[in-house]
Ligand binder design. Sequence first.
Ligand SMILES: Cc1cc2nc3c(=O)[nH]c(=O)nc-3n(C[C@H](O)[C@H](O)[C@H](O)COP(=O)(O)OP(=O)(O)OC[C@H]3O[C@@H](n4cnc5c(N)ncnc54)[C@H](O)[C@@H]3O)c2cc1C
Length: 942
Amino acid sequence: MIHGEYKSFYEALLPIIPKERMFHDALSTLAYGTDASFYRLIPKLVIRARNEQEITAILQQADRQGIPVTFRAAGTSLSGQALSDSVLVIVSHGWQGWQVLDEGRKIRLQPGIRGGRANTYLVRYGRKIGPDPASIDSAMIGGIAANNASGMCCGTSENSYKTIADIRIILPDGTVLDTADPASCAAFRTSHAAFLEGIAGIAAEIAADPELTARIRRKYKIKNTTGYSLNAFVDYSDPIDIVKHLVIGSEGTLAFISDITYNTVVEHKHKALAMITYTNIALACEAVQILKAQGLVSAVELIDRAGVRSVDQTPGIPSFLKTIGPESCVLLVETRAATAEELSERVASITAGIGNVATELPFAFTTDAAEQATMWKLRKEMLPTVAGMRRSGTTAIIEDICFPIEKLAEATVRLREVFAADGYADAVIFGHALAGNLHFMFNQDFATAAEVEKYKKFMDDVVKLVVDRYDGSLKAEHGTGRNMAPFVEYEWGKQAYTLMQRVKTLFDPKGLLNPGVILNTDPLAHISNLKPIPSTRQIVDKCMECGFCEGYCVAEGLTLSPRQRVAAFREIERLKASGEEPHRAAEMQKLFRYAGEQTCATDSLCNLHCPVGADAGKLIKEFRHESHSPRGEKRAVWLATHMAGVTSVLRGFLKCIHTLRLLFGKRVFGALARGLRRLTGGALPLWNEYMPTGARKFVPVDSPVRERKVVYFPSCITRSMGTTKAYSEEAEVTRVTASLLEAAGYQIIYPEKMDSLCCGMLFSSKGYVEAGQKASDTLKTALLAASENGRYPILCDMSPCLYTMKANFGDVLPLYEPAEFIERFVLDALPVKPLNEKVAVFAVCSAKKMGVDPCLKRVAERCAREVVVVDSNCDGFAGDRGFLFPELNEHGLRDLKRQVEGCDEGYAVSRTCEVGLSRNSGLVFKSIVYLVAHAAGIDTRK
Ligand SMILES: Cc1cc2nc3c(=O)[nH]c(=O)nc-3n(C[C@H](O)[C@H](O)[C@H](O)COP(=O)(O)OP(=O)(O)OC[C@H]3O[C@@H](n4cnc5c(N)ncnc54)[C@H](O)[C@@H]3O)c2cc1C
């Protein structure tokens, strides 16, 4: 329930922001409150803002009422800066605008674009954005710029601070400043003269103090994201330039970033990588200093012995790493060049340059992409492996410090001493050595006061080591957040800290933007508001709530993302166990049914992209399973063992519906169907014009005996669902598939009792485990027999069914997805001539999970003039979800119409998804087999 000042805040915004995008219920506030850090604050109100007008209205209302506001992009921050216990404004959907400028040398980006996506816009220009955090595929531009995030290659020269060309910001008073627009700058100079004077005043004070100026310059020679970007005052003289750079790294505490223009950097095609082992870290660091001085490398990643040990069991990791010495250290050294010749020269110079530093094992640079990928795997596996090894109920902590590079070796040894003294001996160290930036990772229990105290003591010791001994940075790239806010003054000293306070007051006099972040007077802020991580279920216990899953989840932005599902589930379980806040627990549980359970596609795409292998899709399947009564389970088993009857009833039902539609016409029947659905409270599926009629019963005919044989299993879906009105003159997909196979010279073998077979997905996706297993076992037996124990390839015409089959018995049978089979075995056997058509293709999530999604595109390219690949991870149809919760399907395909503009037809490999794709685009989608058949001149008519 929203009340008090937040109620009036909410009501004041209602005329501007629809209530569907403002949340104050117990479930949404908890779910949206979660970011990747180990802190938790629960906002009173969450707003999904979509444009500048809304941001301005929020900021002005906040100013009027004195209510704090925090912005959130992807919420992958690790230091607690994307959280709020007041108003949290999500800036992702709706902030997707971009424009490539100056032949790719610049790019203008809105804050909701993920970094990896921004780079895809630049590929054709051979360029990329400078900042390269490891989280780039998930993190969004707003967060990348506001954290001044960086990564393996960008160092201190290609981060947002260094590569920003222009920025458009909204100040807490609602004023917009666009530094790319001279008129905006001129107006700002007049309207905010006093503010700019204040900025200029700080710059003058710093300039008048050579010692402070030198210290600021020195501190930014290495990576530093502790406090505000004071280097703006020494690097620039025009106050607007200073403002532009101060906003970078300000973690949403100074202004809202509405868009940013980056100067892009060259993305060299030619790369060489070497894994070099040294017997100790001092030697490795000696090599790092030479590499730094040479300036020929793009990345040097250091991994200490404990780090190597944590991953040396990972499949694919070079075996020699198991045998290196107890103090050894590994460097991954990468160099890039515009041409192969230049690359060879670089490799030669680098090798000669570090030739005098003795290595433990001989090394060589490789230009082979696969070998490089294996080496990078070592580095990339570190985080998930360490996090994955943690005890259930504990938190994975990644720290992020930076030492002057000449002190790196000594500092690393001292750091290990601190680990040993404070009880963190198994912490692992890795990092961007070239920039002096080390991450260390360990797993922390925050469940008891003693453990919290242990962490506090450790952090105090780390702070002293970094600051007192080396004048390093307490945060190199992850941002100060709440985690280092209590130590900003310690690192920078009183004078610089006071200047930072003045910066904050100038921008945000009432202190309403993201309070508690960067500057925080509470000395215990770093150990306050710790997020509880209760042990719940094994399938999600490893989840770090990092948010890497969110970009791949079809429900994200409609209801809950996988991370939010896990966070909500954990909190519900915690409340239930502790008996705390029973009303809140009950409210959350009630809302979770729709937001968490019913609108989950259970496709587990989240699992595919989860660093620690958590699977929210499986969790939801477990819930579905547990919600079934024993009678329901029995009914499901009965259905699974009577599939011939089930498909026959379904065929009849669909034919009936189709006949009624033809009788009444589209409008009347549509209205009737909608009315019935409303009357039944959504229990009846939503009808749409692309619903198929029932298929004619597929009766296999004996195929002529041939040398080439294939087992064809038509799924229960394609045996039941026929064509739609839009292509009713054509035969069903089962018949077209059979024609295609025969034309390609195959003898088709059908499994015995084909009509009663099913892969089991129909049942298992709804949590009917036993029924699913029974169906799967029967199918496996039938396919083993039909294929003579796997002698012949087996084709199924539905990608999702094939995926289920692969998961259940893919190890014993050669199973093929339609597009994959066509590409490998059919295309070359047919006289295919590309049709003069522009077609759209959509690889359903199961094809993506099996890694065969590129086959669909390649097949279509052989058969049509132009191919548009629909850019969406999952269409959200998810079996029956598309009929029962069509909003999920609509949300998943919200951008489809625009993408398929000008296409003649659409193709996929899932009959149910094709219904949703057609409904949401107006373009008829059908199986890829039709396109191939047409291109090969095969008659597909009934
Ligand atoms: C596994 C893992 C690996 C990581 N690796 C790296 C790494 O290599 N390097 C690195 O630097 N970081 C890394 N991070 C941290 C994090 O991913 C990055 O800092 C990232 O840039 C944050 O982006 P985001 O979109 O998630 O921002 P959020 O977390 O949503 O927000 C970050 C900050 O920006 C502010 N903000 C967001 N949008 C706006 C806006 N429009 N205007 C003003 N302020 C805004 C927020 O208030 C917040 O303070 C990693 C995180 C994880 C979980």
